[in-house]
Design a protein around this ligand. Structure first.
Ligand SMILES: NC(=O)c1ccc[n+]([C@@H]2O[C@H](COP(=O)([O-])OP(=O)(O)OC[C@H]3O[C@@H](n4cnc5c(N)ncnc54)[C@H](OP(=O)(O)O)[C@@H]3O)[C@@H](O)[C@H]2O)c1
Length: 265
């Protein structure tokens, strides 16, 4: 399969790229920074020499760059079988009125406009090539959950769920599948606040995260296996299901988890 992953120079996107390559698929790596794309492609080529790994810098908030990402993939691999809208950012976790103003458009543009641009570019082209599956990456708020400090990020992910529902409906009976991806809570740069923003609130948050969070290496094999098995539009690949949360809570009574110490946090 030929797979595009937006925002794949680190975190969950890079973890999924590694897993696809290990399973014998070909991957396009992308993010806004050409130097990061180049570095990651070189590293992946060294670890999976038999596979095709291509890099293409792409800021998903720039429609023309998203078109170039599609074109470069088709030029390199011939088609796009799976397109994963993974690129995303969080806003600083503070009450909304305290949020630096520029973080509002930065977050909405990446998580919402960028995600829509990617769908707008990929859908008609997949239709034309006769096949293709798109995954939109959910996050906190997608299921309507609310939390102080999550107003902007949560709104984008709530909206992303709505948008994906609409696309699954619109694409019914077409060769393009529209699917959901949800990684749970994963220890990445997005999840961990920079040292200057870690106060008592962070120590409190760590208690919950120790129960529910996981490493990229734990979650991404599950996500990738699920992505490769998807059969129809509207299918979802979700890691942290209510059942898994219940099992975690039960096990936690007997054995505490510490997901931070191995990361030096
Ligand atoms: N970590 C979690 O607990 C968690 C939970 C639920 C959902 N998610 C979702 O999973 C996705 C990946 O998150 P992550 O935790 O892996 O984050 P991460 O480690 O911060 O990685 C984000 C990636 O997106 C890229 N990116 C950011 N803005 C971009 C833009 N405008 N255009 C293209 N690429 C851009 C980043 O590279 P550059 O900055 O160099 O462009 C980076 O490669 C996000 O959609 C996030 O909302 C994460």
């Amino acid at each position: 399969m030929n797979i595009v992953i937006t925002g794949s120079t680190k975190g969950i996107g890079l973890g999924m790229a590694r897993e696809f390559l290990q399973r014998g698929h070909d991957v396009v790596i992308s993010s806004r920074r050409p130097d990061a794309v180049e570095r990651v492609v070189a590293e992946l080529k060294a670890t999976a020499p038999a596979r095709r790994v291509v890099g293409c810098a792409c800021d998903v908030t720039d429609y023309g760059q998203v078109e170039t990402l599609w074109d470069k993939t088709v030029e390199s691999f011939g088609s796009v079988d799976i397109w994963i809208n993974n690129a995303g950012r969080d806003a600083t976790k503070v009450p909304f009125f305290m949020l630096p103003r520029e973080e509002i458009p930065e977050t909405v543009n990446t998580n919402m406009i960028g995600m829509m641009y990617c769908n707008h570019v990929a859908i008609p082209r997949m239709y034309k090539q006769g096949h293709g599956t798109i995954f939109n990456m959910e996050g906190f708020g997608s299921n309507g959950q609310i939390r102080v400090g999550a107003a902007v990020y949560g709104s984008t992910k709530y909206g992303l769920r709505y948008f994906t529902d609409c696309m699954a409906l619109e694409l019914k009976g077409t060769p393009v599948k529209m699917c959901y991806l949800s990684p749970g809570i994963v220890i990445t740069d997005m999840l961990i606040p920079p040292p200057e923003q870690r106060g008592r609130g962070w120590e409190e948050a760590k208690k919950t995260l120790n129960l529910l969070a996981d490493d990229v290496e734990t979650v991404t094999p599950y996500l990738v296996e699920g992505i490769l098995k998807v059969q129809k539009s509207g299918d979802a690949v979700r890691w942290l299901t209510p059942k898994r949360i219940r099992q975690r809570k039960l096990r936690y009574l007997f054995k505490k988890r510490d997901v931070f110490t191995p990361h030096g946090l």
